[in-house]
Design a protein around this ligand. Structure first.
Ligand code: BTN
Length: 326
C-alpha cells in the first residue's frame, strides 16, 4: 500500500487530500496519515497543507523496495525486492533465497555490503549511501555454457540505463565492465548453481559506483563514479528501475532466440575495445591483437597482424588496452 501511495504521489504535482487517497485505495484516512508518516520517516519530503492535502516535494535518494517498485514498470524483473540496510553480499543473500525456492526476478539490494565480492576472487568496496549493490535471481532454461551471455545482456542493459538517467556516454569494456571516460564505474559478478546439463539458478550481481565522491589511491586511476564524471548525484532507485526494464526486454529476447545475434550490434555500439589494439592476457602470456567485435555467443573476436581471426572466451583471459585498463 505504501508503494501504491508513493507511486500516486510521484505521478502528480497536485495536492491529494486524505479523503481522495482513502477512497482511491480503500483505506481509512487514519491509515493514509500513518503511511504518510512512514514515508516522511524514510526521508521523503511530503508537504501537508490543511484543506488541500499531501504533495511530494522531493524524493530522497533511497533504494528501499517501495522506492524502486514505484518506478519499475518491468513485468517481473525486480518486482519482488529484498532490501538490506547492511549485508555481507547481495549475491550471498540471493543464493540463500534461491535455495529456499524463491522465484526468478527477485532482486536483493543493499545500502552497504560488508563482504562485497568482485571477479577473480577480489573484494568489492561497497560503502553505504553511495553506490548500488544489487543481485538478481534468474532461472533460465538454457545450457550452463550459455550463462556468460547473461552477463553480456546485463552490461548492455546497464549501459542503456545509465544513458537514460544521466547525460553521460557509458561504454562497455568486454565482457561486462561499464566504463565512463575510460574508468570503471560498474562491475558484474555472475555466479551459478548448475547440474551437468541444466542451470538451477544464476545470481547476477551488479555493483555501480553511482554517487561515490572519492576512491582509495590504489584504485583512483581506474575507478570512477557517475557523480565524479558529471558532478551530479543521481537517484539510485531510478537507475535500478531503468536497469530492470531494459534487462527484462533483452533477457526475454535472448531466451526467444537462444543466442545474442539480435543484440550483437547494439552491444558493439557501446564496446570501447572495438577496432582497438588490445593485450590478451592468458596464463601470464601476453598477445597483442585487434578487437573486431563479438560473435553471437558473446565471445570477443580478435585479429592478429596477418588478419587471422581468433575467438577469445571470457573465462580464460583478461583483456587490457595497450597502455592501461582500456
Ligand atoms: C567485478 O569485479 O567487476 C564485479 C563486481 C561485482 C560487485 C557486485 S555488488 C553486488 C553484488 N554482490 C557482490 O558481492 N558482488 C556483486
Amino acid at each position: 500500500m505504501k508503494t501504491k501511495i508513493l507511486t500516486y504521489l510521484r505521478n502528480t504535482d497536485q495536492y491529494l487530500s486524505g479523503e481522495q487517497l482513502s477512497q482511491q485505495f480503500g483505506v481509512s484516512r487514519t491509515a493514509v496519515w500513518k503511511y504518510m508518516k512512514q514515508l516522511k520517516e524514510e526521508g521523503y519530503q511530503i508537504e501537508s497543507v490543511p484543506r488541500k492535502g499531501y504533495r511530494l516535494i522531493e524524493t530522497a535518494d533511497r533504494i528501499t523496495s517501495s522506492e524502486i517498485l514505484s518506478q519499475n514498470k518491468a513485468s517481473w524483473i525486480g518486482k519482488e525486492i529484498e532490501y538490506f540496510e547492511s549485508t555481507d553480499s547481495t549475491n550471498n543473500r540471493i543464493r540463500s533465497f534461491a535455495e529456499e525456492g524463491r522465484k526468478q526476478g527477485l532482486l536483493a539490494v543493499a545500502e552497504e555490503q560488508t563482504g562485497g565480492k568482485g571477479r577473480r576472487g577480489r573484494s568489492w568496496d561497497s560503502p553505504p549511501g553511495t553506490g548500488i549493490w544489487m543481485s538478481l535471481l534468474l532461472k533460465p532454461c538454457i545450457e550452463p555454457h550459455k550463462a556468460s551471455m547473461i552477463t553480456i545482456l546485463a552490461a548492455l542493459a546497464m549501459a542503456r540505463a545509465i544513458e537514460k538517467v544521466t547525460d553521460l556516454s557509458p561504454k562497455i569494456k568486454w565482457p561486462n565492465d561499464i566504463v565512463i571516460n575510460r574508468k570503471k564505474t560498474c562491475g558484474i559478478l555472475t555466479e551459478m548453481s548448475a547440474e551437468l546439463e541444466e542451470i538451477r539458478y544464476i545470481i547476477l550481481g551488479i555493483g555501480i559506483n553511482a554517487n561515490t565522491e572519492s576512491f582509495n589511491r590504489d584504485i583512483a586511476d581506474k575507478a570512477t563514479s557517475i557523480y565524479l564524471e558529471n558532478g551530479e548525484k543521481i537517484k539510485r532507485a531510478k537507475l535500478i528501475a531503468e536497469f530492470c526494464m531494459e534487462f527484462e526486454q533483452l533477457y526475454e529476447e535472448f531466451l526467444r532466440c537462444g543466442d545474442l545475434h539480435t543484440i550483437k550490434e547494439a552491444y558493439e555500439s557501446y564496446l570501447i575495445n572495438i577496432g582497438k589494439i588490445v593485450k590478451i592476457m592468458k596464463n601470464r602470456r601476453e598477445e597483442i591483437r585487434k578487437a573486431i567485435g563479438i560473435n553471437e555467443l558473446g565471445e570477443l573476436v580478435v585479429e592478429d597482424a596477418e588478419g587471422r581471426k581468433e575467438i577469445v572466451f571470457s573465462g580464460e583471459v583478461s583483456v587490457r588496452g595497450l597502455y592501461g585498463y582500456v
